[in-house]
Design a protein around this ligand. Structure first.
Ligand SMILES: Nc1ncnc2c1ncn2[C@@H]1O[C@H](COP(=O)(O)OP(=O)(O)OP(=O)(O)O)[C@@H](O)[C@H]1O
Length: 602
């Protein structure tokens, strides 16, 4: 920590003294680099941190610059007033660009945003208001009392302060709740949604953030160059920006700044050879993508990883025992009442009926098993219940409300949480951050606090870290808190996923084959964990092929075969049901002295 503060202080002093050693050309280059650095940080937030393809960053930049130019020259407004209005205009454009993000998947956004960027260049080249191909010149220099900002040495300090604020704000976002949710969405939007992250709004927020940075850079550019023309906001500069972010490291904002500095210097160096310059950027980007996919900023971490793989280091951390939840003093409210009702649900995938008129009711406080042969529709049932699939027929009611086809994040916020058959942990987040994403219930619409109440955000974050520490401790995972979950043995990853699902404070927990890939001792621990979760007041539905576990853990079992419920009842009775034995259990189970159960006819 002390080293970090010293480094920041040294960088601050160096940046403050920098103009003293520079001639007028060099300070101009530095000023332009700072503007590109602000742009790159904005693009890094949207593309790198949030994983949203954004080819409209250069258009945001253009809107900021052009709006300032138009307002100062045509409307006669002062520079700073125009700058603020230009920023508002850019944010409005950001909202428009971000709107498709509410519905369209990330890779299509590339096309949508590219279209918008091209439309912008087209408009400014042809519109009278924007001065056509000639652009707008004679933008008045910004003024500050007693300071002549037409002097680039002094303008540098304005830019430096804005850049420092922009970078600090970006880092603040990345390291707190909003940034964690954005990163979780980038890693696995499906799992993030299932934990309550409002994915569509988060996507939109990513574009809004990018637009703010684009607008700020545009205003600074208008004040520095005092002339705007279409070629500054065209596709060539968009690719330059993309190169900066890719080279620097998409996920690291500091990396984006390093990328902006290095690529702009290369551009300056090759400014007399534009064709070679384009080829050079292209080659550098390709080399980075192949040899350092995480960018320059990710290199130290990759080298550490390499050393670990060579056995020079490694974690000796051990899984500690699970500490059971204290049982609540009184039974949970509504005990015995239905918490989930699935009524006549059908799920048709083109020619295949994965679920056929499935009905079941689960009571508060129950552990329900769902079993059946491979392909019988168990996971599809979970996907319908948790909102990932919209059923072709039937209804799902949760906590007394019809929630059929509600989006996963709404169901998660209503109190439903789940794990996945094929583990969906956020691989680029640490184990602790995985838990933090689940614990954090803040609404995306509350993100305005980042601007107006950062103190509240910091306090919330401290509290979340404390609670994450408690969760990790309960699940015996403290030693793994700072590690990437994917670097851990399978059994530990399964436990992290369960801890994460429970951290979301559900009333209903869906576990999809939690024992898959676990050894005997791990299955025993799992059984203890699930029972304790239930005893703490959470209803559990568990899909499992491990019949020993299901029989010992579940109070009720629903058996699916070919997408239909073929039997339902207590474990002992299920094991005696001829249709179940025939469809699933085979004759390997000793069922002689178990009572038989009437088959469910539907
Ligand atoms: N998105 C989808 N598109 C098309 N078919 C699907 C889709 N999801 C599931 N299916 C099909 O639906 C059927 C039921 O699959 P599901 O994964 O629900 O079975 P399961 O009982 O969970 O199997 P397992 O025990 O192997 O996990 C399968 O035939 C599967 O191929």
């Amino acid at each position: 920590m002390r080293l970090r503060i010293t480094l920041i202080a040294l960088a601050g002093v160096a940046a403050w003294l920098l103009p003293y050693g520079l001639d007028s050309y060099a300070i101009h280059v530095v000023n332009v680099i700072l503007i590109f650095a602000v742009l790159a940080v904005g693009l890094g937030l949207c593309m790198g941190v949030a994983g949203q393809v954004n080819l409209a960053q250069v258009a945001f930049f253009g809107v900021g610059a052009y709006a300032t130019a138009i307002l100062t020259t045509h409307s006669g407004l002062g520079f700073w007033v125009s700058g603020v209005l230009a920023l508002v205009a850019t944010v409005v454009v950001g909202l428009v660009v971000g709107t498709p993000a509410l519905r369209v998947q990330s890779h299509y956004l590339g096309i949508v945003t590219l279209g918008l960027a091209l439309a912008f260049t087209n408009w400014v080249t042809n519109a009278q208001l924007s001065g056509g191909a000639e652009g707008i010149s004679a933008i008045p220099a910004p003024t500050l009392p007693g300071i002549d900002l037409s002097n680039e040495y002094l303008y540098y300090y304005v830019e430096l302060i804005v850049f420092a604020l922009a970078l600090t704000f970006g880092l603040f976002v990345v390291r707190t709740g909003l940034g964690r949710r954005l990163r979780a969405m980038r890693d696995d939007s499906l799992a993030a949604g299932a934990l309550g992250a409002e994915v569509p709004l988060l996507r939109m927020t990513a574009f809004l953030l990018a637009s703010v940075y684009g607008g700020v850079a545009g205003v600074l550019y208008a004040g520095l160059i005092r002339y705007v023309a279409p070629e500054s906001f065209g596709i060539a500069n968009m690719f330059l920006l993309l190169g900066m972010v890719i080279i620097g490291g998409r996920q690291s904002l500091i990396g984006c700044v390093v990328g902006a500095i290095s690529l702009y210097l290369v551009r300056e160096w090759l400014s007399d050879h534009p064709t070679i310059a384009q080829l050079a950027y292209g080659s550098v980007v390709v080399l980075v993508v192949v040899f350092a996919p995480t960018g320059l900023a990710g290199l130290p971490e990759r080298l550490r990883g390499l050393r670990r793989r060579r056995g020079q280091s490694g974690t000796a951390a051990r899984l500690a025992p699970f500490r059971p939840y204290p049982a609540p003093a009184e039974p949970p409210a509504g005990a015995g009442e239905p918490i989930l009702t699935v009524a006549g649900v059908t799920m048709q995938f083109r020619g295949l009926k994965a679920l056929d008129d499935v009905s079941l009711t689960v009571a508060h406080g129950e552990i329900r098993g769902v079993v059946g042969p491979n392909g019988s529709g168990k996971t599809t049932l979970f996907n319908v219940i948790s909102g990932l699939y919209r059923p072709t027929g039937g209804r799902v009611a949760f906590l007394g409300e019809d929630m059929t086809a509600s989006s996963p994040y709404r169901l998660a916020r209503a109190g439903m949480s789940r794990t996945f058959q094929n583990l969906r942990l956020f691989g680029d987040l640490t184990v602790e951050e995985n838990i933090l994403v689940a614990l954090d219930r803040s609404r995306t619409l509350g993100a305005w606090r980042y601007l107006l109440g950062p103190g509240v955000i910091l306090r919330q974050d401290r509290d979340l870290h404390r609670r994450a520490g408690e969760v990790l401790d309960r699940y015996g995972l403290t030693a793994f808190a700072a590690l990437a979950p994917t670097s851990l043995p399978y059994g530990i990853q399964r436990r992290v996923e369960i801890a994460r699902a429970v951290a979301a404070a559900p009333s209903l927990l869906l576990l999809d084959e939690p024992a898959a890939g676990l050894n005997g001792e791990e299955v025993r621990q799992l059984s203890e964990i699930v029972r304790s979760i239930r005893d703490s007041g959470i209803t559990v539905i568990i899909i499992e092929h491990n019949m020993g576990l299901v029989m010992s853990l579940c109070e009720q079992i629903t058996v699916l075969a070919g997408g239909r419920v073929i039997a339902e009842g207590e474990p002992a009775a299920i094991a005696r049901t001829p249709a179940v034995v025939e469809a699933y259990l085979g004759d390997s189970m000793d069922t002689d002295d178990l009572p038989s159960l009437p088959e469910v006819t539907s």
